[in-house]
Design a protein around this ligand. Sequence first.
Ligand code: ZN
Length: 92
Amino acid sequence: MVDSPTTSVPNPLCDIGRTHPRDRHRMRPVEGRENVWYCPKHDLYAEVIDTTTAGGLDRGDSFPLPDGTPGTVLRHGDERAGGTIVYVRSER
Ligand SMILES: [Zn+2]
């Protein structure tokens, strides 16, 4: 018996898709990580972080990507899983 798996929550929309209605697509979960998603098309990550931490971040701030490389905050997303989604763009 399986009770309400968290995987039933849809992946977040890619931030690019949010602002371009004709290019709406969802991000893919990062294997082995909870609440981290990646868009290979736009080289963009979304990650749930503590809401207080998220509140102290602004667009353009440096924020490490889930793999540890430097990234830049793009924008905040929805609240979920007790935190807030932040979209982070790779600096590669
Ligand atoms: Zn995308």
